[in-house]
Design a protein around this ligand. Structure first.
Ligand code: SF4
Length: 272
């Protein structure tokens, strides 16, 4: 587990909260400030978590598909082994139907081998790094290095949801991941690459979204200093809102359809 850095004086911002805050700050208020349970642990959320764990096993044991499949099957039937449980099944989903989906997503990834040339740097890399006067915490699903003329460090985010991203070029999640890899503190937690800060110092940073259901890669683009400035501004703004206890709800509304507090707390009924 990563440790806070010595000069930390501000707020610890989790990368997942940055996303929730961007989608709807009110949702973060219900979950993190009030600690409301909401209608959590839907079958699709648990499927995503179990699938991520099976992928970590797959990558860590030399692209071992049978082992990943066994892992998936075991934890899909025993999610409490990963600290999870299914409270409800989403419409048009069944336990066995989702098992097939999870196994198919593993098999498709294995057959396509979407990242071939280059080097696997790590999977499920947890980090806590300094950002301005704050700390940023998160986990990178997969980190891949491609050497040569256009040397690039690629951050891969695995997604199991049905939704296909529209604009990823300015997506702050990827900016947060890319930024983390530019700090010295990040590399302390990457076995075999403790010298990564120097080794990959000149490499460009790029993000990829792997859409597991469609078995397709989406390019999230490169990240540079100007993107990191925007990240810092976002984190500063978020920290200020938290300090002042200000959590506005989403105006646009599309996040409501996926929100665990939609009916129970907010009283809205947004359908997809
Ligand atoms: S239902 Fe909509 S407005 Fe209410 S907390 Fe959830 S996302 Fe925000």
């Amino acid at each position: 587990m990563s440790q806070p850095h010595a000069t930390f004086v501000g707020m610890r911002i989790r990368q997942s909260n940055l996303k929730t805050f961007g989608d709807c700050a009110r949702q973060m208020y219900y979950s993190d400030v009030l600690g409301l349970e909401g209608q959590k642990n839907g079958s699709l959320t648990v499927l995503g978590s179990v699938w991520h764990f099976a992928m970590e096993v797959y990558e860590s044991y030399g692209r071992n598909l049978p082992l990943a499949e066994t892992t998936f099957n075991y934890y899909w039937d025993n999610p409490e082994g990963l600290g999870l449980h299914i409270d409800f099944y989403h419409q048009r989903t069944t336990h066995e139907g989702l098992r097939k989906r999870g196994l198919a997503m593993l098999e498709q990834y294995h057959n396509l081998m979407p990242w071939k040339t280059g080097q696997h740097v790590g999977s499920e890399i947890h980090f806590i790094v300094p950002v301005g006067s704050h700390e940023l915490e998160g986990t990178i699903d997969k980190l891949w290095a491609r050497g040569g003329k256009n040397a690039t460090l690629e951050v891969v985010d695995f997604k199991t949801a049905a939704k296909v991203p529209e604009k990823l070029q300015y997506n702050l999640q990827f900016t947060a991941y890319a930024y983390a890899t530019t700090t010295k503190e990040f590399w302390v937690n990457v076995p075999g690459f403790e010298d990564g800060h120097e080794r990959f110092g000149t490499y460009k940073r790029q993000g990829w979204w792997w859409h597991a259901r469609n078995a397709k890669k989406y390019n999230a683009g490169y990240r540079t200093e100007k993107d990191y400035k925007r990240l810092l501004l976002a984190i500063d703004s978020m920290a200020e809102c938290i300090e002042k206890d200000v959590y506005p709800l989403t105006i646009e509304g599309s996040a409501c359809a996926y929100c665990p507090y939609e009916e129970s707390v907010c009283g809205t009924e947004v359908t997809l």
